[in-house]
Design a protein around this ligand. Structure first.
Ligand SMILES: *Cc1c(COP(=O)(O)O)cnc(C)c1O
Length: 448
């Protein structure tokens, strides 16, 4: 029997920068991720290349089921609408739609994508400040819920519905002080200064606008559940004011998105997995505010939610390969991996979790992780205690399901394959890696 000789690792002397020991002593062996939903990381990379985005249908479904349970056990009528800009890959949207989610879109492009996926127009919530005449016409013709952002859009809709001789289903987006600063007052109509009430009155007066609901989206990664209680209470006040003045009950109140995911924000002391409120805590705050408001229980509106990142972040992984180990001139350890910030927009906000795919070395050292771009800003982690790795080692970056495969850039390199592991444990490519043809197809040369 031959024994494989273990590889030599050069010893290093480290200044301890990991902070003081906790009550459990110095950190123990770091976690590693060898497989995703039963498929080895090495097998995934061998078949689909590196870097590689991998999504878990199982995780999407369990997360969505948890969110639904939290709200549906506390409130009689709940409807989620999947936030397309958070992740609009067809296969991902389809998982949510198959589970009963409507679509929440913020552009004509996203609206068309939802329609092409077979979503009924009446189950599309159309948000955002950018809606062209063509977009609004499409939305009116499909009987979508148009969430009006500003007075110019309101007047345009009045003009358009007259011209088309059609009624539009509308809601307004309301912005308000919920104790979260800076306040997102650039979207929608303000609650405190009476603008929202003014918009509501103008809509009630317009012949061909059917006011069906009220919407707010107070911000993103909101860790204070109390902010949602304030938002729900303020929408409930408007809902009752509409009833008092017009003897009319709206169909829904839409509390938007913004629930925090378990990612860790840069500069935060505790890991996000410890500080992020559960769906139960958000549901408790919102349902409390609605059911104990002035609204009679028999007239409670449907509660719409447009949760994005909290529903998908955990389901996405980015697999990557170590290209090089490098000592910086200061002696600091760094390494270069084959996935950069062009694929990881959220690395600007989060200290993303990066792990080895095998138990790895016992030597852990503070490390800077660089992406492969020829750009100084391409830093995936500026400081992470990381085991020593070798060129070719495969790593896993977790919680990258939200906003990365929509905000990624084709820059210097091609965008990689995206794979979905379905609930039955099979992997499928849901977006093919780009190639020269993908890029050149959009270009044209000027013939001389
Ligand atoms: C982006 C967005 C969402 C989703 O926000 P998350 O913070 O990802 O939950 C929901 N509604 C609107 C209007 C949005 O713009």
């Amino acid at each position: 029997m031959t024994m494989e000789k273990s590889t030599y690792e050069k010893p290093v002397i480290n200044k301890i920068t990991a902070g003081v020991p906790s009550k459990f002593g110095l950190p123990v062996k770091p976690k590693y991720i060898a497989a995703i939903d039963g498929i080895a990381v090495s097998a995934l990379i061998e078949k689909y290349g590196s870097p590689l985005f991998v999504f878990s249908e199982k995780t999407i479904k369990t997360t969505y089921a948890d969110a639904r349970r939290a709200f549906e056990t506390r409130y009689p009528k709940v409807q989620f609408a999947w936030s397309y800009k958070t992740n609009y890959l067809d296969a991902i949207c389809s998982v949510f739609h198959d589970e009963g989610a409507w679509a929440e879109v913020v552009s004509g492009f996203e609206f068309e994508k939802a329609l092409a996926l077979g979503v009924n127009g009446s189950q599309i919530l159309f948000n955002g400040p950018e809606k062209s005449v063509e977009d609004l016409t499409l939305a009116i013709n499909h009987n979508a819920c148009i969430h009006i952002d500003h007075f110019d859009e309101l007047y345009l809709l009045i003009e358009l519905t007259r011209k088309l001789d059609k009624t539009a289903r509308v809601a307004i987006r309301v912005n308000m002080d919920t104790g979260i600063y800076p306040m997102w007052d650039r979207f929608g109509f303000n609650y405190e200064n009476g603008e929202a009430w003014n918009a509501i009155n103008r809509i009630m007066l317009a012949e061909k606008l059917d006011l069906t609901g009220l919407h707010t989206h107070i911000g993103t990664y909101i860790m204070a559940t109390t902010a949602y209680a304030v938002a729900a209470a303020k929408l409930a006040n408007l809902y009752m004011a509409i009833h008092r003045k017009f003897n009319y009950w709206l169909k829904y109140l839409d509390l938007g998105g913004g629930f925090a995911s378990k990612n860790t924000l840069k500069g935060s002391y505790m890991p996000g997995s410890e500080t992020c409120p559960s769906f139960d805590e958000y549901a408790e705050a919102i349902s409390n505010a609605l059911i104990s408001s002035e609204i009679p229980h028999e007239n409670l509106p449907a509660l719409f939610l447009e949760t994005g990142r909290a529903l998908i972040d955990d389901a996405g992984y980015l697999l990557t390969t170590v290209l090089a180990n490098k000592r910086l001139s200061t002696g600091r350890r760094s390494m270069v991996i084959d996935a950069g910030v062009n694929l990881l927009f959220t690395s600007f906000w989060y200290n993303l979790g990066v792990y080895t795919s095998n138990p790895g070395s016992d030597q852990v050292e503070e490390t800077t992780i660089y992406g492969p771009l020829c750009m100084n800003i391409d830093v995936v982690r500026d400081a992470i205690n990381f085991p020593h790795v070798k060129t070719g080692d495969q790593l896993v970056i977790e919680r990258v399901g939200a906003y990365n495969v929509t905000q990624w850039m084709q820059f210097i390199t091609y965008r990689p394959n995206v794979v979905l592991i379905t609930s039955n444990g099979n992997a499928h490519v849901i977006r093919r890696k780009e190639n020269l043809e993908t890029i050149k197809k959009q270009e044209s040369k000027i013939e001389k």
